[in-house]
Write a protein that binds this ligand. Structure first.
Ligand code: ADP
Length: 266
């Protein structure tokens, strides 16, 4: 615990003495430390592709000046690095937007069933690229939640994209949706959405930290599949803004299930 201690003299006629006050600033200190860590992380994440870009520019202007084959190869790598920076900036903006709105109650009525179908449809080409099959267990009726459609789209999309990325090529990713008339955790009617994969799974020691910004189980793998380390941090804030719950279950070697429970519309 960190205290700020202030001392002063009191001399007002009847009362004379010394006043000492203790002010607990541990939370402020922790917040300051978190902000510094975040800035350091962002700088590091941006510098890595930037250093690569600068290195290749130098090579293109020097040793590879008259080598069209090498130029072509390097430009390909440079494009990938620039795309990586673009994803990072996009995720940082999303994260700061959802954090800023966290206290604002979402006002729209969103049909999660229709939204989930639409997200799966949009990600089908991405899944095909890695030979992953997307399957849906979504009942035909609407499942309405009070929400922010763009954010809920991003939430579902981040979970399905992760399942595709870490679920292993040739695997199956299943999105299921069900209405729960009285959810035990929320103590209210809820809609339960879960995304299941049959990938490598996650060791239980990592699960509590997955939603921290830039936390990755395997940085190399995350980078290889185009991860930014911010996807689940964004998910956490969206769930929290919607007064919902996020649960992660995983069996190493067998796969993972990410379940989001959101209060249903009255
Ligand atoms: P990233 O951009 O690295 O994917 P996320 O915040 O989305 O960042 O996820 C954090 C980490 O959690 C990932 O780097 C990965 O190690 C792990 N992870 C997320 N989803 C899954 C999954 N479905 N299966 C296995 N590991 C996962």
């Amino acid at each position: 615990t960190t205290y700020v201690v202030k001392c002063g003299w009191i001399d007002s006629g009847d009362i004379r003495g010394v006043l000492v006050s203790f002010h607990d600033v541990s939370d402020l200190e922790a917040a300051g430390q978190m902000r510094r860590d975040f800035v350091a992380n962002v700088s590091h994440e941006l510098r890595t592709p930037l250093t690569a870009l600068m290195g290749f520019i130098e090579t293109l202007r020097g040793p590879a000046k008259n080598d069209p084959a090498a130029q072509d190869r390097f430009l390909g790598i440079m494009q990938a690095e620039a795309e990586r920076m673009e994803r990072l900036v996009k995720d940082l903006l999303s994260l700061s937007r959802v954090e800023a709105q966290e206290r604002v109650r979402p006002a729209e009525e969103v049909d999660l069933a229709a939204l989930a179908r639409s997200v799966l449809h949009g990600l089908d080409p991405v899944a095909r690229e890695t030979d992953v099959t997307l399957t849906a267990e979504i009942p035909p009726e609407a499942n309405i939640v009070p929400g922010d459609e763009d954010q809920l789209r991003q939430l579902i999309s981040n979970l399905v994209e992760n399942a595709i990325k870490y679920g292993g090529a040739g695997g199956v990713v299943t999105l299921s949706l069900a209405a729960s008339p009285r959810d035990a955790a929320l103590r209210a009617p809820a809609v339960v959405l879960s995304v299941r994969d049959k990938g490598q799974g996650i060791d239980p020691i990592h699960i509590p930290r997955l939603t921290e910004r830039f936390y990755r189980v395997d940085s190399h793998r995350s980078r290889q599949v185009g991860g930014t380390g911010l996807g689940l941090a964004i998910v956490k804030h969206i769930v929290s803004r919607h007064r919902g719950r996020l649960r992660v279950e995983s069996v190493p070697g067998q796969g993972s299930t990410f379940t989001v429970t959101l209060p249903a519309a009255a």
